[in-house]
Design a protein. Structure first.
Length: 229
C-alpha cells in the first residue's frame, strides 16, 4: 500500500492522503450528505420542497470533501482554488432561508470528512439532526394558531364599514397590511392580519365576508409559518 501511495504522490494524483484515506473520506462524505438531505426532507414544511436540492446537498458534501483533500496543507493550492471557483456564478434563488443552513451544514460535513476529522463530522451531524427534529416537532417560531391572513377584493366605491363590522365580530384585532388597486382602478385587493376571537370559526368569517355584495377572491390563510402578502 505504501508503494501505491508513493506512486500516486509521485504522479501528482495524491498529496498527503493514502488510497484508504481517500475512500474513507469520500464514503463518509456521501453518507453525511445523504443523512443531511434526509433530515431536510423529514423536517421540511411549506411548498418549496425540491428533489434537486436534496441531490445538491449530497453532491456538495462529496465535492467539498474532495476539495479539502486537494488543498491539503498547501496554501498555494488554496488560493489557486479560490481563483478557479470565482468564475462560477450561482443564480439559483433560495426559496426558503432555512435551506441555506442545510447548504452550510453540507459544506461543514464535507470539510470535516475531507480533513479526516471523523469524530467532528459524525457528532456534528448527529447534533444537527437532533436539533432539526426538535425544532420541527415543536413547531418552533410559528405564530399563534388563531392568527390568520385575510385577503379579498372589493369594489372601489364600497364603504369600509360594510366589511369591517363583519371582521370585528370575529377578530380581536384586525390590522390592514396591504392595499393593491387593480390595473383598471375599479377594484382593490385588501390584506388583513387577523387575530381571531376564542370561539370564532374562520370558515364562518369567510362565508360572511363572501356574502357581501361587491366582495370577491376571498382567501383566509393560517399564519402558522411565514406568510408572503
Amino acid at each position: 500500500m505504501n508503494t501505491l501511495q508513493e506512486k500516486l504522490i509521485g504522479d501528482g494524483l495524491a498529496f498527503i492522503y493514502g488510497p484508504q484515506d481517500i475512500f474513507l473520506n469520500l464514503g463518509l462524505a456521501c453518507f453525511l450528505g445523504m443523512v443531511i438531505s434526509y433530515i431536510y426532507k423529514s423536517t421540511h414544511k411549506g411548498l418549496s420542497y425540491s428533489q434537486s436540492f436534496m441531490l445538491t446537498l449530497v453532491f456538495v458534501t462529496f465535492i467539498v470533501s474532495m476539495v479539502m483533500m486537494v488543498i491539503g496543507n498547501n496554501l498555494a493550492r488554496a488560493f489557486a482554488l479560490v481563483g478557479a471557483l470565482s468564475i462560477i456564478r450561482f443564480r439559483t434563488v433560495v426559496k426558503d432561508t432555512k435551506d441555506t443552513a442545510y447548504v452550510f451544514m453540507a459544506l461543514a460535513g464535507g470539510m470535516a470528512a475531507g480533513t479526516s476529522s471523523y469524530f467532528l463530522a459524525f457528532i456534528g451531524t448527529v447534533i444537527f439532526s437532533i436539533v432539526a427534529y426538535v425544532l420541527s416537532l415543536t413547531n418552533y417560531g410559528a405564530l399563534y394558531k388563531s392568527e390568520f391572513i385575510l385577503r379579498f377584493r372589493i369594489d372601489k366605491n364600497m364603504k369600509e364599514g360594510i366589511y369591517s363590522s363583519v371582521i370585528e365580530n370575529f377578530a380581536k384585532t384586525a390590522t390592514l397590511l396591504h392595499v393593491e388597486p387593480s390595473g383598471d382602478n375599479l377594484t382593490a385587493r385588501l390584506t388583513f392580519d387577523i387575530l381571531m376571537k376564542k370561539d370564532a370559526e374562520p370558515i364562518e368569517l369567510s362565508n360572511q365576508i363572501g356574502g357581501i355584495e361587491g366582495i370577491s377572491e376571498i382567501k383566509l390563510i393560517a399564519s402558522k409559518t411565514d406568510i408572503d402578502y
